[in-house]
Design a protein around this ligand. Structure first.
Ligand code: FDA
Length: 307
């Protein structure tokens, strides 16, 4: 219930302004967000690269309300790509389709994805389209298909185990040769489209992971769930898959201990590094993933820490 309330708050402008000004909230934001600027994102990326990790850089922002914001977001990603190439960082980019105007001007969004994909390919960089809530799932998968049809094989997307449609999407994208980032799913989704219980989501995750390990060239497993990580390692070893033929992905600020341990054991690890000022929706999803965070948020809201 609390999780749902928090996820619903993700789009609340008033709460976003309060959180941005709250001295109680800021230290927790700093745990999850590398900083407000591209420079901060790159600094975090360099540190992680020195520790043997790859990164995928996310310029936070979503559900833009003015189509010109799509061009601004794309421009930041162009700068990311040129910096990544200039510094030869082991980095990809993660992009939310609604940040590129998917729901405002679909044509413009498609052109921006195509442009970023081409620039990323020139820099040997992988592009992952983040998966947002279910009204845009089909359009996001279609963007990947369009990119591949145009020769941009460096474009893949996240797929959420929680959704009932996921087994079909996994087969569809694997047949295409598109790289999938498998995650549990961070959104509050209705019962007719998504599994609601943890145990159901975990079971669906494992089934999709097994399929990817059997069929996909380079699957990306985004989870901090140690039971799933252990099961994926076991299954990969059972299938004789080399450790460099798949990767684990984790979020900046989450389970750094497990991140280091995986690298020390010779597994590939990619850290999702968000930066930028529009962090509130991303931040609320991170809070919602952890019950202790919920308590913190409610305490801050009900204390005198309101402006
Ligand atoms: P689970 O929630 O069971 O967490 C396992 C353990 O990890 C917890 O017990 C805790 O120790 C730790 N943990 C997890 N989340 C934490 C948090 N926020 N703070 C502190 N500790 C935490 N979702 C989506 O819908 N679309 C997307 O595109 C993406 N992209 C994406 C990329 C990457 C690299 C990751 C790792 C995740 C995503 N996600 C996502 C989010 C994903 O769907 C999911 O909500 C979170 O990863 C939490 O699920 P876990 O698999 O980690 O398991």
């Amino acid at each position: 219930m609390l999780r749902w309330m928090l996820l619903r708050a993700a789009g609340d402008e008033r709460l976003a302004r309060w959180a941005a000004a709250s001295p109680t909230v800021r230290p927790v934001v700093d745990r999850y967000i590398a900083g407000d600027t591209l420079g901060a994102g790159l600094k975090a990326a360099r540190g992680l690269a020195d520790a043997g990790m790859a990164v995928t850089l996310d310029h936070v922002g979503e559900y833009i309300t003015d189509a010109s914001q799509a061009d601004e977001a794309a421009q930041v990603y162009r700068e990311v790509l040129s910096q990544v190439a200039a510094e030869d960082l082991p980095a990809g980019i993660s992009v939310k389709p609604t940040q590129l105007g998917l729901l405002l001007e679909r044509d413009r969004c498609e052109k921006l994805v195509a442009d970023l994909a081409q620039r990323a390919a020139d820099a040997a960089v992988h592009v992952t389209l983040d998966m947002e809530d279910h009204p845009v799932t089909e359009a996001t998968v279609a963007l990947v298909e369009q990119a591949h049809a145009a020769g941009a094989t460096n474009v893949g997307c996240a797929i959420q185990a929680a959704l009932h449609r996921t087994p079909d999407d996994v087969r569809r994208l694997t047949r295409l040769g598109a790289s999938i980032r498998l995650c549990k799913g961070a959104y509050a989704e209705p019962v007719h489209v998504a599994w609601q219980r943890r145990v159901e989501v975990d079971r669906a995750y494992l089934e999709a992971a097994r399929h990817l390990l059997r069929e996909a060239d380079y699957p990306r497993f985004a989870t901090h769930d140690h039971r799933l990580v252990a099961a994926i390692k076991r299954e990969a070893a059972h299938l004789g898959r080399p450790r460099d033929s798949y990767e684990f992905q984790m979020l900046f600020g989450v389970r750094a201990d497990m991140q280091r341990a995986l690298v020390a054991d010779g597994y590939r690890l990619c850290v999702y590094v968000p930066f930028g000022t529009e962090w509130f929706p991303y931040f609320t999803r991170r809070l919602a993933e952890r019950p202790a965070n919920l308590a913190f948020f409610l305490r801050a809201l009900t204390s005198g820490d309101q402006r």
